[in-house]
Design a protein. Structure first.
Length: 314
């Protein structure tokens, strides 16, 4: 059994993280750290902490889920590791690549596990795409294209528009998931650059981000994310020398394989109804059984490296 402390009780935490912990059979929601203890009323038999040091002094806590704005990830994660707690941290890892490296150093210095919540790595269809690529189903991959377009985030996640809390706009919020998906499929990025702009909204963060990444064997990945489209898009495709894999929409169930003979095959591989549940299940298995983490920190920071290259290019 893994006793969890959850730091932060925002929108994603309430809708996904807490239900996942409550549903996972080897997990117990032991405590929540929040500035407003009234927020834990829907969670009986759960301790409310208002200070991190006090919470981490609780010997019953085995693991910490860091679900706060990006600016707090490094300090809270490092403190948790030093208190001998395992940590699962929300994405992206940190405010910049240097800060992410401090978390990696702390993880190496501890004997605890540190995973990052890039839950799309556990999507059945992304796992299937990785398998098809390895089997040569589309020949040599040469191009990956991903986009996620929408309007400004809802008011209950207004902190995303504050660079002091979020680090950036859609580059950090939605591009990070898709960059990590490319890293999952193709390995460590070799080069990266990109463009940030405010095409429509006068914000302290960008409303448009386009990233270009090079992987081994000359493969290019283009990730475009926006908060300025009334038409939602969630597209992802992988082009190879002998075919292509279509995952549109990335958050949907369908995988389409177009082979070199022009045959189109479809598979229905829906994600879990709560996309955070497989993430929690994987982390518990990693701690209790020694299973591999879906996204260990030393891979997760590849995305922070890419976003750092994009920011430095401006």
């Amino acid at each position: 059994m893994l006793n969890w402390l959850v730091i932060g009780i925002g929108d994603i935490t309430r809708r996904r993280v807490l239900p996942a912990i409550l549903a996972e059979p080897r997990s117990k929601l032991h405590a929540i750290l929040t500035r407003d203890p009234r927020k834990i009323e829907p969670y009986p038999n759960t301790i409310a902490y208002t200070g991190l040091a006090t919470a981490l002094a609780d010997p019953a806590i085995d693991a910490v889920y860091v679900a706060t704005p990006v600016s707090m990830h490094a300090a809270q994660t490092i403190a948790s590791l030093r208190a001998n707690k395992h940590v699962l941290c929300e994405k992206p890892v940190a405010m910049d690549y240097a800060q992410a490296e401090t978390m990696l150093t702390a993880a190496f210095a501890s004997d605890r596990l540190l995973g990052i919540a890039y839950y799309r790595r556990l999507y059945p269809k992304l796992l299937r795409a990785k398998q098809l690529i390895a089997e040569g189903a589309i020949g040599q991959p040469v191009l990956a294209e991903a986009n996620y377009h929408g309007w400004l985030e809802s008011p209950d996640r207004g902190w995303l528009k504050d660079p002091a809390l979020a680090g950036g706009g859609p580059l950090y919020d939605t591009a990070s998931h898709r960059i990590d998906a490319c890293n999952f499929l193709f390995g460590r990025p070799l080069r990266a650059t990109g463009l940030l702009s405010n095409a429509l909204h006068d914000l302290p963060v960008e409303d448009s981000a386009t990233t270009l990444v090079e992987y081994s064997n000359g493969l290019h990945a283009v990730v475009d994310v926006r908060w300025n489209s009334r038409i939602p898009r969630d597209q992802f495709r992988i082009v190879g020398s002998e075919g292509e894999i279509g995952l549109d929409p990335l958050n949907g169930p369908t995988l389409r394989l177009l082979d070199g003979q022009g045959h189109l095959l479809e598979e229905q591989l829906p994600p879990h109804a709560n996309v955070h549940y497989p993430l929690i299940e994987n982390f518990v298995a990693a701690v209790l059984d020694g299973a591999p983490l879906a996204c260990p920190l030393d891979q997760a920071i590849w995305t922070d490296w890419v976003t750092q290259q994009v920011k430095d290019a401006q």
